[in-house]
Ligand binder design. Structure first.
Ligand SMILES: Nc1ncnc2c1ncn2[C@@H]1O[C@H](COP(=O)(O)OP(=O)(O)O)[C@@H](O)[C@H]1O
Ligand SMILES: Nc1ccn([C@@H]2O[C@H](COP(=O)(O)O)[C@@H](O)[C@H]2O)c(=O)n1
Length: 212
């Protein structure tokens, strides 16, 4: 019997909009099926050749910060049901970690990240495109709390980065990708109706004869 083509779901949205929460809610439903999360953040360009000080100068909210060629290569491999070695990212050191995660082929691929809808070649690989829409005041509050707790940052550094890069790049590159979304989800992972709709749609695609 011919192998089925995996389903690719793209989940975009601003920093701290709730992309990971939506991703986890969908992941939990398909956990016993076969599902993988591909974080666009893990595909930030390797910066191991730069000093720590130099890495602080990178604009992490610009499309050019990402190695989308590698990301696209990996999604295409998974679509052909071939395994990949997914990079791991270190937000404290601002570069790729030494280790990789071996990922076997799966039925459901969830691709999440601030700019996953910005690249046309990446968009073309997606069956469903979501944009998680959360007000910027909520997002900055969440970001200050998260980055201090989990990413080794100070309040001042988070605010400075927000004003110089996160906010302007959001307005320039992230917010405009909303137009490519099939569904715009307010309330992130708390939006049970949207999550249920997504799960139903994914199941429908999985049940169709979508062969390679
Ligand atoms: N509905 C919510 N209410 C309160 N905090 C939330 C909510 N959704 C997400 N958060 C918190 O905000 C931060 C960012 O959420 P996350 O889902 O990781 O967003 P993203 O992946 O878009 O950056 C996390 O610390 C998370 O716990
Ligand atoms: N070294 C880095 C790499 C990325 N960031 C920030 O992460 C944000 C994207 O992740 P979310 O979970 O918030 O979607 C992005 O806004 C980058 O500014 C960073 O601070 N340092």
């Amino acid at each position: 019997m011919a192998a089925k083509r995996p389903v690719v779901i793209g989940i975009a949205g601003g920093s701290c909009s709730g992309k990971t929460s939506v991703t986890n809610a969908i992941y939990d439903v398909f956990r016993d099926h076969s599902v993988v999360v591909i974080e666009q953040d893990f595909y930030y360009k390797d910066q191991s050749h730069l000093t720590f000080e130099e890495r602080l100068g990178t604009n992490y909210d610009h499309p050019l910060a990402f190695d989308n060629d590698l990301l696209i290569e990996h999604i295409k491999k998974l679509l052909l049901r071939q395994p990949i070695n997914k990079p791991v990212y270190d937000y404290v050191q601002h570069t790729r970690a030494q280790e990789v995660i071996h990922v076997e082929p799966v039925d459901v691929i969830i691709l999440e990240g601030i700019l996953v809808l910005e690249d046309a070649d990446l968009r073309d690989l997606m069956d469903i495109k979501l944009f998680v829409d959360t007000d910027s005041d909520i997002r900055i509050i969440r970001r200050i709390m998260r980055d201090i707790k989990e990413r080794g940052r100070t309040t001042d550094s988070v605010i400075e980065q927000y004003l110089t890069a996160v906010r302007p790049m959001h307005n320039l590159f992230i917010e405009p990708t909303k137009r490519y979304a099939d569904i715009i989800i307010p309330e992130g992972g708390d939006n049970e109706v949207a999550i249920d709709l997504m799960v139903t749609k994914i199941k429908t695609i999985l049940e169709t004869d979508n062969v390679l």
